[in-house]
Design a protein around this ligand. Structure first.
Ligand code: ASP
Ligand code: MG
Length: 404
């Protein structure tokens, strides 16, 4: 017998037929002798609609009321899934975040989970009851409903799995696992049987949006075994696991791309201590995440500083820099939104030389110019002109022998 958290995303509960399908899957897991807690998202499209209503009424909406509105999507599906399970003879009961309670901090709209009280759920599961938990929501120190940020029900599921000491957290979604790259671009992309937390984290943060990044961070920290799989097929999914569980490690696990970046160059800033701080501290204070950074060689006492930010922050970043113009002392700013970031990810890089070289060589062969480079222990990322995205991803997929 295993204890399993089964989480179903928006497309898996998009209509009543799919909700019946979810109930049948849960029933099958119970029939196999396992103990199950279910976590659900809102029906596909629902959260977007709820967010849109808030924004239409007021662009400066009160975040507490936003949470009161957007948390309702998951309340509906938790109740519906519980009814569908009861129809199959399962003793199911819905649970909202506040009832459990899923305690969060007070950052309405993007709250973090502090603790989950698990005793009541565990005792009911021990008596054969199956909880159906509304994902994405909790209760804040102000005693009001909070939500965890878009895509947050993945994090709800992993946090619940950790709190319940579950053997596994199965995330049911509309793809049947994690692929070596986006199969829409590379039809020869392969489904990975296993991937490490760190690789998943890098892939999630560079555009492969299978899981919310925070849920992967949490799974890694709490050592929750996560499986990504499809609610529409019985094929085994991808297990996200600890590094020592991956026996035959490929050097490169996958290739990700993101068109969500914009490049900013601050030209001819004085080359002296404090300049990087003058640029990046105001951006940080405005909660703008900076990703890749390069500082060029200084000539005539000035230098250029190039970096990338998310497209959503692009306009704000420019405004912040303009405001700090005097303090930074730059001559001009040049920008380019027509860029894409390509990343090669794999824990095998730690022990193998030449991964970056292969990337640069492959791109050079196709005449693709590299604008910015950044690396981590297990990732090499480059910024290129957006029109080369597909060509580059395909070439790299072949270069690292990832084609099926
Ligand atoms: N329903 C929420 C959203 O669309 C949470 C989730 O689906 O994970 O962002
Ligand atoms: Mg999701």
């Amino acid at each position: 017998m295993a204890r399993i958290v089964m989480k179903f995303g928006g497309t898996s509960v998009a209509d009543l037929d799919r909700i019946r399908n979810v109930a049948a899957r849960v029933k099958a897991q119970l029939d196999a002798g396992d103990e199950v807690a279910v976590v659900v998202s809102a029906m596909a499209g629902t959260t977007n609609q709820l967010v849109d209503w808030c924004q239409k009424l007021s662009s400066l909406f009160d975040a507490r009321e936003y949470d009161a509105v957007v948390a309702t999507g998951e309340q509906v599906t938790a109740g519906l899934v519980a009814i569908a399970l009861q129809n199959l003879g399962v003793d199911a009961r819905s649970w909202m975040g506040w009832q459990i309670a899923v305690e969060t901090d007070g950052q309405h709209g993007k709250a973090r989970i502090d603790a989950i009280e698990s005793e009541e759920l565990l005792s009911r599961m021990g008596q054969g009851q199956t909880p159906v938990v509304a994902g994405f929501q909790g209760i804040g120190p102000d005693n009001r409903i909070t939500t965890l940020g878009r895509g947050g029900s993945d994090t709800s599921a992993v946090a619940l799995a950790a709190a319940l000491g579950a053997d596994r957290c199965d995330i049911y979604t509309d793809v049947d696992g994690v692929y070596t790259t986006d199969p829409r671009i590379v039809p020869q992309a392969r489904k990975l049987a296993r991937i490490t937390y760190e690789e998943m984290l890098e892939l999630a943060s560079v555009g492969a949006k299978v899981l919310q990044t925070r849920s992967v961070e949490l799974a890694m920290k709490e050592r929750v075994r996560v499986q990504v799989r499809s609610s529409f097929s019985d094929a085994p999914g991808t297990m996200v696991v600890d590094e020592d569980e991956v026996v035959e490690q490929e050097i490169v696990a996958g290739i990700a791309y993101s068109r969500d970046e914009a490049k900013i160059t601050v030209r001819r800033v004085p080359d002296r201590p404090g300049i990087a701080a003058a640029i990046f501290v105001p951006l940080a204070e405005a909660h703008i995440n900076v990703d890749m950074i390069v500082q060029n060689v200084a000539e005539d006492g000035t230098t250029d500083m190039t970096f990338t930010v998310g497209k959503a922050d692009f306009a704000r970043a420019n405004a912040v820099l303009e405001q700090a113009r005097e303090r930074i002392g730059f001559v001009e700013i040049t920008t380019d939104q027509n860029v894409a970031k390509l990343s090669v990810v794999g824990v095998g890089m730690r022990s193998h030389a030449g991964v970056a070289g292969t990337m640069f060589h492959t791109l050079a062969e196709r005449g693709i110019n590299i604008q910015v480079i950044s690396t981590s222990e297990i990732k090499v990322s480059v910024l290129v002109a957006a029109e080369y995205t597909e060509l580059a991803v395909r070439a790299l997929h072949t270069a690292y022998d990832l084609d099926a």
